[in-house]
Design a protein around this ligand. Structure first.
Ligand code: TYM
Length: 332
């Protein structure tokens, strides 16, 4: 019997993967396969809560898979799949809709943010999004869900819904824990350190596949601070721009804030910013090269997502059958 603990996470292919996705999530997924049974997916069903261009969505879903592999997720050791290929997500999603309260969904920060940004398309899916996310998670009975800080609230709601269900029907779901990294959990925009790095502000966002010269230009233009101190010191409250760059540098080099302060003591931002840019470029270079190579092999990608969906469907099907039985559906 497999005694390994289970890890699961997903990313929406609604835009190109960026440094926030990498440091907040993917970086903490790689190299876990010896210790955990790992499931990672492209959350394509979630993306249509906001209008998508179909051709772009298809292309980005495959690019995301190539980038997952290039980031170190070996498909032989990790189950990599496309969410819409495993119908159990939609099926359990519906059931969980009926065990999640209107008030709970109304409190979700992502719903409030996205409905403010898409005022002409506040659809039902956007509102019930966390029920589908809870289904994504609970189907695989994971112990840990490695995500950035902004997804913590959704994982906590998942726990509440699972506990509610278990309370009624007995032990059906394992209660998962969010796994949030110490550095990189919340990367802020390079041009707007008060809001999280996101594809919607491209000039402040570093994409995984971006050219080195473009990455360096973005770091050189990064907002530091309006103070006249010009000193690399970790003070998120008064120096959010510098703190964000330090967070990025710490996440890619593994150095502590004290070590970074010592390294740049007396140097000013003029040397610090390009050094962070350089460290990021060197981290992303092998990923970009490998992802480009893998993307050229469509047959390989197809074999990966097909066998991923097969394995995922098997595991998800077991949980779904149990849930259907508990709620009183006649067995197929
Ligand atoms: P998504 O697609 O917005 O983001 C994917 C992952 O990247 C992290 N992240 C960040 N981390 C640090 N700094 C940032 N600026 C930053 N931006 C994004 C997110 O926290 C996330 O871990 N609902 C999810 C996708 C999802 C999912 C799931 C995740 C669907 N089903 C089941 C886990 C388990 C989302 O929209 O993430």
């Amino acid at each position: 019997m497999d005694e390994k603990k289970v890890m699961l996470s997903g990313i929406q292919p609604s835009g190109d993967l960026h440094l926030g996705n990498y440091l907040g999530a993917i970086k903490n997924w790689a190299d876990r396969a010896e210790e955990f049974d790992c499931y990672y997916f492209m959350a394509d069903m979630h993306t249509i809560t906001v209008r998508q261009n179909p051709a772009d969505l298809r292309r980005r879903t495959l690019e995301q898979l190539a980038q997952y592999i290039a980031c170190g997720l070996d498909p032989e050791k990790n189950t990599l799949f496309i969410q819409s290929h495993v119908p159990a997500h939609a099926e359990l999603g519906w059931v969980l809709n009926c065990y999640t309260m209107f008030g709970e969904l109304s409190r979700m920060t992502q719903f409030k943010d996205k409905s403010a940004k898409n005022a002409d398309n506040i659809n039902g899916g956007l509102f019930t999004y966390p029920c589908l996310m809870a289904a994504d998670i609970l189907l695989y009975q994971p112990d840990f869900v490695p995500v950035g800080n902004d997804q913590k609230q959704h994982v906590e709601l998942t726990r509440d819904v699972a506990e509610r269900f278990n309370h009624i029907y007995g032990d059906v779901f394992k209660i998962p824990q969010p796994y949030i990294p110490k550095t990189g959990a919340r990367i802020m925009g390079l041009t707007s350190p008060e809001s999280k790095m996101s594809k919607s502000t491209p000039e402040g966002c570093v994409f995984l596949m971006e050219k080195p010269e473009d990455i360096q230009r973005k770091f050189k233009r990064a907002i530091t601070d309006s103070d006249t101190e010009n000193c690399v010191r970790y003070d998120p409250e008064h120096k959010p721009g510098v703190a964000n760059l330090m967070n990025i540098y710490a996440a890619v080099t593994g150095k502590s804030y004290e070590e970074i302060e010592a390294e740049f003591s007396g140097c000013g931002y003029g040397r610090f910013k390009p050094a962070v840019g350089e460290a990021v470029i060197e981290t992303l270079r092998p990923i970009r090269e490998e992802a480009t190579r893998i993307l050229g092999d469509k047959a390989y990608l197809e074999s990966v997502y097909k066998s991923g969906a097969e394995k995922a469907s098997y595991v998800a099907g077991k949980t779904l059958r149990k849930v259907y039985k508990k709620v009183g559906f006649v067995a197929r």
